[in-house]
Design a binder for this molecule. Structure first.
Ligand code: BGC
Length: 557
């Protein structure tokens, strides 16, 4: 039976040329989590050479750029987000020459390269922290409270669990919003600003096309480092402005970086960008990071955290587009990354929903980030034994209790460290090395093993197994990305909601109509156009379309 259509209403329009054209406004950017992408030397850890060898695969997939997670010299206390030397490549991942080769090869293939920059904290092995005099000026040291300073200076907790302060042998305390091996920098010190600008220039000179700014909302702390006074800090992260996240002062840093990026871009005749990893409480506050004189993009984690429900998706899409339109920026969609439960698992363990969510994302105006392996439909690995875990949060125990239980798809931790549906809220399960080929681990990941064990049943999920199979998730991604390139109306530009029954979303882009059935059962509709691509088989007969449950379909109109 054909269901009643509700009346149409306009969606906020994303501006076409708010700040002039820019490759990043509608780019699809693929996140390479280097240690789990491809291993060239058999040590079981992915590396830059391995990544370079696989760049043709990414070109063929149809993405515009790659974002490489940190490969800098690091003791690896937090997967490389604890940097000891920002200008050196960790031997685990290769050499500076390998980085240079990778960037050149990517450019030869027409792929841009974004690298991570980690400005909120360094490794405790960084030379600045190793030198007590320098450390006192460039990090956040404070005396403790209590009779003999035996209590932390305030009540802040580490995102990974436990106090955000560690006491030194000298008796004072230093702040670390993450692991104790990641001391927070003192951004009141101009030398810190100078150093990070120099680091950016170093990588821009090597040819990178931009930076993903880690914890872009974290560098500035409220004056006086006031207590939060709330026993359940974890629940507040991303839900309100805290004295250590999303402080207004961070925007001056982003403005300075924008000047640097624009200056460089002009000199080089190309656009280099910054993308903020910022967990802001509202779409409006997130949009502040992409004002015309700040960063170019900011990950839309509210979309990532939205439940698989038509109304919720529509309202997050509206809020996001309205907020970014108000500052002339595109929206930057994302469904998975190395910090959250893979969306196949997060959306109720449903590959059908994951495929539909991806087609929805790729039909929306703006840019999109893909996380390696989502194009294979990889699920979160949820049975990793404790002895192979590496996520520092697992050892500090902070997020296990904060994460929603398995199977819930309406809640997830807002700070990027955990999300619903995983093993226990920790992040190793989304970081298991990719399966490329073969029937047995390491599935072509490299000539050795893999640093985290891969499931025994991934043989059917490898790149080789899925290539050429039109029903595979890999071919769905290839087809969607191919269409996105060919259809000029996709990417940045206008969108309008179209009438749709309850539980179904429909919207138009120039030349295209997208339907999303979030219900668990078929819905019949008048066929809205000519079938272009669907995440699940759609039947069209006598001008009537049967949309399968949990599906997304693109129609030419
Ligand atoms: C990164 C995490 C990391 C944290 C601390 C996050 O934004 O994505 O992987 O643990 O920052 O650097």
């Amino acid at each position: 039976m054909t269901q009643e259509l509700t009346s149409p209403s306009p969606a906020p329009q994303a501006p076409g040329t708010g700040r002039g054209p820019g490759w990043w406004r509608d780019a699809v950017i693929y996140q390479v989590y280097v240690r789990s992408f491809a291993d060239s030397d058999g040590d079981g850890i992915g590396d830059l050479r391995g990544a370079r060898e696989r760049l043709p695969y990414l070109k063929d997939l149809g993405v515009d750029a790659v974002w490489l997670t940190p490969f800098y010299a690091s003791p690896q206390a937090d997967g490389g987000y604890d940097v000891a030397d920002y200008r050196a490549v960790d031997p685990l991942f290769g050499t500076l020459q390998d980085a240079d080769d990778l960037i050149r090869t990517a450019h030869d293939l027409g792929l841009r390269v974004i690298v991570d920059i980690v400005p909120n904290h360094t490794s405790d092995r960084h030379p600045w922290f190793q030198d007590p005099e320098l450390a006192r000026q460039r990090y956040l040291f404070r005396p403790g409270k209590g009779e003999s300073g035996e209590l932390p200076p305030n009540d802040w907790e580490s995102v990974f669990g436990g106090p955000a302060w560690t006491r030194t042998d000298r008796g004072d305390w230093y702040l670390h919003l993450f692991a104790p091996e990641q001391p927070d920098l003192n951004w009141d010190n101009p030398e810190v600003h100078t150093e990070f600008e120099a680091i950016m220039r170093f990588w821009l000179d090597l040819g990178v096309d931009g930076f993903r700014v880690d914890v872009a909302h974290g560098m500035i702390k409220a004056p006086g480092l006031p207590d939060i006074g709330h026993g359940a800090q974890a629940q507040l992260i991303g839900a309100q402005v805290l004295p250590f996240f999303d402080q207004d002062g961070v925007h001056a840093i982003h403005r300075a970086w924008r000047r640097l990026l624009d200056g460089y871009g002009e000199a080089l005749g190309r656009q280099v960008i910054g993308v903020a990893e910022a967990w802001a409480p509202t779409a409006e506050r997130l949009a502040l990071y992409v004002r015309p004189d700040e960063l170019h993009q900011a990950f839309n984690f509210q979309f990532l955290n939205a439940p698989w429900q038509a109304d919720a998706l529509r309202s997050v899409i509206d809020a996001s587009l309205a907020a970014t339109a108000s500052v002339g920026a595109p929206t930057t969609w994302v469904l998975s990354n190395h910090d959250v439960v893979r969306h196949t698992t997060r959306l109720g363990g449903s590959l059908a929903r994951a495929r539909a969510a991806t087609l929805l994302m790729l039909a929306l105006p703006g840019s999109a980030y893909l996380y390696q392996g989502e194009e294979l439909g990889l699920p979160e690995v949820t049975d990793l034994p404790d002895e192979v875990r590496q996520d520092p949060a697992f050892f500090r125990g902070g997020r296990a209790t904060g994460a929603a239980g398995p199977g819930t798809d309406t809640e997830s931790a807002p700070d990027g460290v955990a999300a619903a549906g995983g093993q226990d809220g920790f992040r190793d399960g989304c970081r298991v090395p990719l399966p490329w080929s073969g029937e047995l681990p390491p599935y072509g990941f490299g000539p050795g093993g893999s640093w985290l064990p891969q499931p025994a049943d991934w043989g059917g999920l490898t790149v080789a197994a899925q290539t050429g199979d039109p029903a595979s998730t890999l071919e769905l991604y290839r087809a969607a990305l191919g269409l996105r390139r060919r259809l000029p109306g996709l990417g940045d530009g206008a969108m309008s909601w179209a009438p749709a029954p309850d539980g179904v979303l429909a919207f138009t882009r120039p030349g295209l109509l997208c339907t999303v059935n979030t219900l668990g059962h078929d819905v019949e509709l008048p066929a809205p156009g000519t079938l272009l691509l669907s995440s699940a088989p759609v039947t069209v007969a006598e001008a009537t379309a049967q949309l399968p449950g949990d599906s997304c379909t693109w129609w030419a109109i």
